[in-house]
Design a protein around this ligand. Sequence first.
Ligand SMILES: Cc1ncc(COP(=O)(O)O)c(C=O)c1O
Length: 390
Amino acid sequence: MDLDRIRVETPGTERVIHLNNCGSALMPQPVLDAVIGHLSLEAEIGGYEAEITAAAELNNTYQAISRLINCQVDELAIVENATVAWDMAFYGLPLVRGDVVLTTVSEYASNYIAYLQRAERDGIEVRVAPNDETGQIDVTALENMIDSNVKLISITHVPTNGGLINPAVDIGNVARRAGIPYLLDACQSVGQLHLDVDVIGCDMLSATGRKFLRGPRGTGFLYVRDTILDYLQPPFLDLHSARWKTSRSYEIVSNARRFENWENYVAGKIGLGVAVDYALGIGLSNIAQRIKDLATNLRDCMADLPGVMVHDLGEKKSGIISFSVSNVEPQKVIEIMSSDGINISSTSVLSTRCDMELRGIQEMNRIGIHYYNSEDELDQFMDCLRSILD
Ligand SMILES: Cc1ncc(COP(=O)(O)O)c(C=O)c1O
């Protein structure tokens, strides 16, 4: 990996030490150029006209994502964020009273709130598979929870905090054996790990553009396996997802574009494709390896620091590190880091209630390391952490 070139191509690295990649990463210059270029064209010749001239770039975004996760372009819908992508799949599932959804302790708030809404509205039941001794989902326990009422396995691959990587492939094997649809929230894993929907065995996968993919904000995508496409009912339709055939009839489009809607962020969509190509150019295995190396070293250094508690779980760990500093509120830690030019964030019980309640934590700090972070930046982060403890 040519770190020098990558950092030159990441203008933000000149200004900040950005460790909030799990919030929103720094875009590389080619992504920025693509977005600004298209916005300028819209201003010069008109939005609709600019879209026509950008047909090849827009098409490329679907192609690039299909290479990224190993699917067909017809299995993709590009939408405004991971939540909408996930919602279009989840609310599209024909779940009825008595149907059960199996999920994880570390499930993301927006997903869990949607389970609760459908529990209230449609009478479904949510059951949470326990963690194993490492803190990841216990796959054997999950399999033992399957009965004839289970109609969906829905898990978060890399939780928004807590550092773990859930065993998505093992869960895929369970789902396949049982013939149960499998929805994977890959919001924090896409761009960070090598994902292949056939290897994972998921039927639906949701992702965002702005985090580890380094794409523009306001972008995301949904993958729906072609074999399950007609089983889902798009939660709403418009003249993009369906055709108005006669005054009394319509026809839903044949592919996963049925989960999109007409108006969209064209510049962002183009930028998303450039971001995906950029990641593919570096190689997802290279990216995953560098993130792992950086995060492992940093976790070790942090764990050696008296007064710092690293709260990460799991057999395999991600680039997201959650921690707290004794007697210093997470918001104060953010403030001090910020005054040193270091971007970090915090995360609370409102994002992963089941997990945080189990561990008795209200709020903790969070960083998400990316491949473009340098060793020197992480040293500066450690220096700042030490200064907080002094
Ligand atoms: C695990 C997980 N899922 C889903 C989301 C929602 O993503 P978006 O904000 O793109 O809708 C997040 C956002 O932080 C997340 O961490």
